[in-house]
Design a protein around this ligand. Structure first.
Ligand code: FAD
Ligand code: SF4
Length: 510
């Protein structure tokens, strides 16, 4: 018997049981596929990081004695699609069996399930997530609203992370309310661990191929490309960043050269490519706190664990329960085009400009920039959710549909009718002014609602609430906002509607 086993670019899990023993009858296949590199215009650094990490993974497997076939983009027998490359190898090398790890994206999973390979294909688990795939259908029902907080508590109890018997450690499940400090210019800043991986050959290869990419091309990649670097990043996070992670989780700033990621871990690429597992990230954070209780309080640690044990596992469940229709959802019936500034950063809205600029430069923006600046303005302008989804899927190094789509369609745009979030994450300029320094130096003023110098987020926010009153008017979490809206005299509402209309019609000029 000889078996071909496929490892996808986001399945670089050296701890998978496949690699426990060397078996000469088994060949591992990794493929650089045109289709995977071009289904959206990926960020340069995302495409390069995946290829560099795949090459490093293949080299590591070979050095451990495994048989490996690596199909580079420019190899003559690499086909455009993954399944076609697999099939051609099955035929030419006469394999008796073929196995693959379950893809995390519906698109690929469906392609593998429906393709008729010449030998029987076996799908096995990727051994990455904490909630087993088989349990998703019993925890998440299609078309049904689920809430992260309930799921998170279930996962805390199930794993025992941050638990004292049946009770949450520290007496509270969630320290979210303590995770909302803005950061001042003179506050301490963390040291960032950035890598400098030489990726010139990959950049040249992709350039020669002529595919369409986005963002800054660089031959020195700052993102981790193997397990060793991912573990180094994790260690650096636990020591240098975790002690303030919770405090500054929602802060946004461009006052210091490290502010593009502040106290965030930048572990999402390592996690999503599976170079490290969610369990080992959570356990490293808890261990570091246990060794340094005076440095790391429960509110910092819980804020971090919640993102991985809670949000990350939750959105994956919601994704699988609601595919394949989920990315096309448009419950608010928004149809506007995506403004050009999403690609260029060319806008006078300083918060948007800074968030897009760092997206171009690093392929990264942290959660609040994605949610409360970029998602927020897209939603307020009424941009068609699928266009926003394609943009987010393109521009971040960590963007893979299973995690991107629920965050965009559900969290940022409320386009799923509230399946994921009980209220839309929209705000006026006031929130951005409170949580960032962006408004200082902006052409617009967060205190002006309409007319010359008015922050576009303001009238667009009230206009959004007004337009969607039928859906949200009785939502308890928006009661305060609607009370304020109702206090506005008709003349002010008229001015808001009319100004918001002008902004929407001229979105490219903002
Ligand atoms: P940290 O702030 O250090 O958080 C630690 C880890 O928690 C992250 O690495 C990530 O694995 C996990 N995490 C945090 N928030 C979330 C969340 N909301 N959903 C799932 N996991 C989470 N994350 C992606 O991995 N890929 C995406 O394509 C993606 N698109 C997003 C789009 C929008 C509109 C929004 C609002 C969020 C998106 N997120 C996405 C979630 C989150 O913004 C990123 O995981 C995070 O910014 C990555 O940076 P970090 O590793 O420094 O995260
Ligand atoms: Fe953004 Fe408005 Fe502040 Fe300008 S004033 S940075 S547009 S929130």
């Amino acid at each position: 018997m000889s078996e071909l086993r496929l490892v996808l670019g986001d399945q670089l899990n050296l701890k998978h049981h496949w690699f426990d023993a060397v078996d000469d009858s088994v060949t591992y296949l990794l493929v650089e596929s045109v289709n995977e590199l071009s289904y959206v215009p990926h960020h340069w650094q995302k495409a390069v990081a995946f290829l560099a990490a795949m090459r490093a993974f293949a080299a590591e497997l070979s050095s451990r004695g495994h048989r490996v076939v690596y199909r580079r983009l420019d190899d003559a027998d690499t086909q455009e699609s993954l399944v076609a490359t697999v099939q051609s190898l099955l035929e030419t090398r006469d394999f008796d069996a073929f196995s693959y790890q379950r893809p995390d994206e519906y698109r690929l999973s469906h392609e593998f399930e429906t393709f008729e390979f010449s030998v029987s294909a076996q799908c096995i688990d990727s051994e990455h997530f904490i909630l087993p795939f088989e349990e998703i259908s019993s925890r998440f029902k299609a078309g049904t609203a689920h809430r992260m907080e309930a799921f998170y508590r279930f996962m805390r109890k199930r794993t025992g992370y941050l638990m004292e018997a049946d009770e949450p450690e520290g007496g509270r499940w969630n320290y979210d309310a303590e995770n909302r400090k803005p950061i001042g210019a003179n506050d301490d800043r963390p040291k960032l661990l950035l890598f400098s991986n030489d990726v010139e050959d990959i950049v040249q290869l992709l350039t020669a191929k002529g595919l369409k990419f986005f963002g800054q091309k660089t031959t020195q990649l700052l993102w981790p490309i193997d397990r060793r670097q991912s573990l180094a990043l994790l260690r650096a996070f636990c020591i240098d960043l975790l002690p303030r992670f919770g405090d500054y989780q929602d802060a946004m700033s461009d006052q210091n050269e490290v502010d593009w990621s502040l106290y965030h871990s930048r572990l999402s690429f390592s996690l999503n490519s599976k170079m490290i597992s969610p369990r080992e990230v959570i356990e490293a954070a808890i261990r570091t706190r246990d060794e340094n209780p005076e440095l790391i309080s429960i509110s910092q640690l819980e804020g971090f664990v919640r993102q991985i044990l809670g949000w990350r596992e939750f959105v994956r469940g919601m994704y699988w329960a609601n595919m394949p229709d989920y990315p096309k959802k448009n419950e608010l019936q928004h149809e506007a085009k995506l403004p050009e500034f999403f690609w260029s950063g060319n806008t006078h809205m300083r918060c948007v400009n800074k968030s897009v600029e760092q997206t171009i430069e690093y392929g990264y923006a942290h959660h609040i920039q994605r949610l409360m600046v970029l998602g927020n303005i897209a939603n307020l302008l009424g941009v068609n959710p699928y266009l926003v989804h394609e943009w987010f899927l393109s521009v971040y190094v960590d963007a893979i549909e299973w995690v991107e789509a629920p965050n965009v369609i559900g969290m940022a745009l409320s386009a799923d009718g509230g399946l994921i979030a009980s209220k839309p994450y929209v705000s006026s300029g006031n929130y951005i002014n409170k949580m960032s320094n962006y408004c200082k130096g902006c052409r617009y003023k967060p205190t002006i609602k309409t007319g010359e110098g008015a922050c576009p987020f303001n009238s667009l926010y009230w206009d959004f609430l007004d337009r969607h009153r039928d859906r949200y008017g009785r939502n308890n979490r928006l009661a305060f906002a609607y009370k304020n809206l109702d206090r506005k005299p008709p003349s002010e509402m008229e001015a808001i509607r009319s100004y918001a209309d002008t902004l929407k019609r001229n979105a490219n000029e903002l």
